[in-house]
Design a protein. Structure first.
Length: 833
């Protein structure tokens, strides 16, 4: 009979888990004489004990477990058995430390462990298998850092704070960092080492720019990626059997301080034969006929096989099928190499490959429900009118992409990128319907500003304004602004409705009063308003028509504008300065404009194109007549996951006509400032009076080019590398690469003879000062440099710290009439384009 069961811990009483927990897994009963319950000790009981053992061991609580039975007779002489469960619990992890190296990033190790499903948490039971996996993971991590010869050991140390509590220590000996001196390819005959080396993005020989690029350090994981790129390159050239082996690492030498180990990589390459296309056919396509699919792949019999064309063709086919609701479409190439003598292409030793595109079309799906979640402010109809999917209609994946781009352009929500926030689920209990859910996250598009600031354009200013692009969640734009500053005053009320009368027609009105003080030039006061209407031409293209009326007054003219010599050399200057009009003009104009915009995000763009063309027709009333066409083209391209490029070209022209004989100075063209050429002061680039005053008079045509390389650093912070260039020319001048450098020559003015020497009379017939050409300089004024651009969620505008270098600056003066500086630092808001 089993008289009693007992649990014994080893070492004695060293247990973290309550004994009652173990009793839950022990199901072998013991005898209870007082209750008349007896448990005999026999084969059946031994099986129960074995089951107890299995259950206890399966808990993973124990390092050691054994069951002992001892004879223990009852008082009446009946033989009984005492069953003892001997247990040694596994240690519990209380601390995990990494020692010996500062290169170990604990957060990244934890992320990798989570990704691989490896757990070494605090208060978890010690598992030596897990310790070994983490040890290998740390070694792999160090190898990815370039420490290929790093050694990682682990140890378990008991802690005095409690029984079975341990500290797990991973000790890392970095060893030398492995840097690549030479990369050799072995076995390649058709493609040179240089071409193969250019395919590898990370595995490069160490160079003088490696401290910036990070290349030149051997990393096994990065090599695997580079090897795939080499194979892809070969397959694009028809070498469908090309293979790249593991590199042989030859140690060349260690640096004197033993911190660096220089190696040579010998990479084996097996090119295999080059294949032409034999047969090219499709299989499985029933919805789309072969004659419509074949042109998508740009591949026919006799061409060299190119994997790139297959991928592009499949992508286009996926778009074609997706547009028809076949969103589960998949396809892949089935390659069948054929010996030269058997293939349809004649030629000695010319292998071919028969390509069969296996198309799995799937079912056509329709939209059951279209749902938006997360739009706590924006009304449902504002979102729905931008979406080109309808409930009950075909699930057109291309229309979904189009809709996502339109929603991103609104700027109301955080961008939906890479499919995130788009949930497509098959509708339960239906055959071919889906439920589409867009998970949105509102961005604060309400900008309430109260405070003070400084900028190059406005000087010191105080501002109280409210601006929103999504007024009351209705998608309407409203601006109310009051701003007073040392250089500018601005009072404005503007309202825009993108869907007037619930139709896709834009309507807007803008009323303003502005004062701008241009340093050492003049003050411009403008009061007026605009009425705008727009309608769509195509998906991302709209046509606008704007009527504007503005009363302009010029005052506080710099006295040098009245200089007789300046007026004599510029006969229309008085008219352009509005001197004859009492400093006042009225401008009434109509402006038709065309806008095509596929830019993905209005604040931080990554991809897309913006094309704008407009023409001002001034003369529809008022007393000022001119024509002012303007063209702008901007292009944004994603380069890598964290980088993008942007380019902008802008051309402007203005010509007076009718009773207006010269361009008003308020409408003349200038460049300079953070929105055109960053390194120069506002309105500092343009034709100027070079003889005496140095005043910028403006021109009638301008050309501007901007280029940016944007690097996302962290969150809303970006580093922007830029290059700006442009020029402004006047009437009668053409855009040129070079312009003359002139200096003023004073031939001297002799005085008349005065016997009494009471005055010095200048000879009126003496020649005046004149300009003499002494050389040439670049007509394009350029600026290049870097800026830090960060987004302020409260204000909803990017702030910018700009450092600029101005290489071609000859002839440009700043707002204090001093030569433009070689290096400048500026603060600005917004974006250049």
């Amino acid at each position: 009979m089993i008289r009693q069961t007992e649990i014994r811990f080893h070492p004695v009483n060293e247990s973290i888990i309550e004994p009652q927990t173990y009793l839950y897994y022990i199901q072998t009963p013991f005898s209870r004489p007082s209750e008349g319950a007896w448990t005999p000790f026999n084969e059946a009981t031994e099986k129960l004990l074995l089951d107890d053992f299995k259950r206890l061991w399966a808990t993973n609580f124990l390092d050691n477990l054994w069951i002992e039975t001892l004879d223990e007779p009852y008082e009446n002489g009946v033989m009984g058995k005492r069953v003892i469960y001997h247990m040694e619990e596994r240690p519990r992890v209380k601390m995990v430390d990494y020692t010996g190296s500062t290169k170990v990033e604990r957060t990244k190790i934890d992320e990798k462990m989570k990704e691989l499903g490896v757990s070494l948490r605090l208060d978890s039971f010690l598992d030596q298998a897990v310790v070994r996996r983490v040890q290998g993971l740390v070694k792999s991590f160090m190898a990815d850092k370039g420490y290929e010869f790093a050694e990682v050991t682990s140890s378990v140390e008991p802690l005095p704070t409690g029984p079975k509590l341990v500290r797990v220590v991973f000790d890392v000996k970095e060893g030398p960092k492995v840097k690549v001196r030479d990369v050799n390819f072995l076995g390649n005959t058709a493609v040179g080492d240089g071409a193969l080396g250019r395919q590898m993005k990370s595995t490069k020989a160490h160079g003088w720019l490696s401290f910036i690029t990070g290349k030149g350090t051997y990393q096994e994981a990065k090599f695997e990626e580079d090897a795939e790129k080499i194979v892809e390159y070969y397959r694009n050239k028809g070498y469908i059997a090309a293979r790249v082996g593991q590199p042989e690492i030859k140690v060349l030498e260690d640096s004197p301080d033993k911190e660096t180990r220089w190696v040579q990589l010998d990479i084996p390459v097996d090119e295999g034969p080059r294949y032409r296309v034999g047969e090219f056919k499709f299989d499985g396509n029933k919805v789309v006929k072969t004659e419509f699919l074949a042109p998508l792949f740009k591949m026919k019999a006799g061409d060299w096989y190119t994997e790139k064309n297959v991928r592009k063709g499949l992508e286009k086919a996926r778009e074609l099928y997706g547009g028809g609701g076949y969103f589960e479409f998949t396809g892949y190439p089935d390659l069948e190499p054929v010996a030269a003598a058997e293939g349809p292409i004649a030629g000695p030793a010319q292998p071919t490959v028969n390509v069969t595109m296996r198309m799995q079309e799937g079912e056509q799906y329709f939209v059951n429900r279209l749902t938006f979640v997360g739009n706590t402010t924006t009304r449902d109809n504002v979102i729905r009118r931008e979406v080109r999917l309808v409930e009950g209609g075909i699930f057109n994946t291309e229309a979904l992409k189009f809709s996502v781009k339109r929603l991103n352009q609104l700027g109301y929500f955080k961008p939906l990128e890479n499919g995130q926030g788009i949930d497509v689920q098959k509708t339960p209990n239906t055959k071919n319907e889906v439920d589409v859910t867009l998970k949105l996250e509102e961005q604060n598009r309400n900008q309430l500003t109260f405070g003070a600031g400084v900028s190059q354009f406005e000087g010191f200013f105080g501002q109280l304004s409210f601006q929103t692009a999504n007024f009351l969640g209705r998608g309407e734009a409203l601006t109310v602004s009051l701003q007073v500053g040392s250089r500018s005053e601005n009072y404005q009320i503007a309202f825009s409705e993108p869907f007037l009368f619930d139709r896709n027609i834009t309507g807007g009105v803008d009323v303003y009063k502005r004062t701008l003080r241009y340093i050492d030039q003049f003050t411009q006061e403008a009061t007026g308003g605009n009425i705008t209407s727009g309608f769509p031409l195509a998906g991302f293209s709209r046509m606008f028509l704007t009527y504007s009326y503005e009363a302009v007054k010029v005052s506080d003219l710099n006295p040098v504008y009245y200089a007789p010599e300046l007026v004599q050399r510029n006969p229309y200057l008085a008219d352009s300065l509005l001197i004859g009009e009492g400093g006042k003009r009225t401008i009434s104009k109509v402006t038709p404009s065309f806008v095509h915009n596929t830019v993905d995000n209005p604040i931080f763009p990554n991809t897309g194109t913006r094309l704008t063309g407009s023409m001002d027709f001034a003369g529809m009333g008022g007393n000022t007549n001119f024509l002012k066409p303007r063209f702008e083209f901007a292009k944004f391209m994603q380069h890598t996951r964290r980088t993008s490029m942007g380019f902008r070209t802008q051309i402007e022209y203005i010509r007076p006509y009718g009773s207006t004989t010269s361009i008003p100075i308020t409408e003349a063209l200038y460049l300079g400032g953070e929105y055109t050429i960053r390194g120069y002061d506002i309105r500092s680039i343009g034709p100027r009076d070079t003889l005496n005053t140095g005043l910028v008079l403006g021109g009638n045509k301008s050309m501007l080019f901007n280029a940016e390389y944007l690097i996302s650093i962290a969150g809303p912070v970006r580093l922007v590398l830029f290059y700006d260039t442009g020029q402004v020319r006047d009437i009668g001048q053409s855009f040129v690469w070079k312009e003359d450098i002139s200096e003023t020559v004073d031939p001297g003015r002799p005085t008349l003879f005065d016997p009494f020497t009471t005055t010095s009379l200048v000879d009126p017939n003496a020649p005046p000062p004149f300009q003499q050409v002494i050389g040439q300089t670049s007509a394009f004024k350029t600026s290049t440099g870097a800026e830090i651009r960060f987004f302020m969620p409260v204000l909803n505008v990017p702030f910018r710290l700009i450092f600029a270098y101005n290489p071609q600056r000859f002839g440009v003066l700043d707002n204090n009439f001093r030569p433009a500086k070689r290096f400048t630092f500026k603060f600005a808001v917004g974006s250049t384009f």
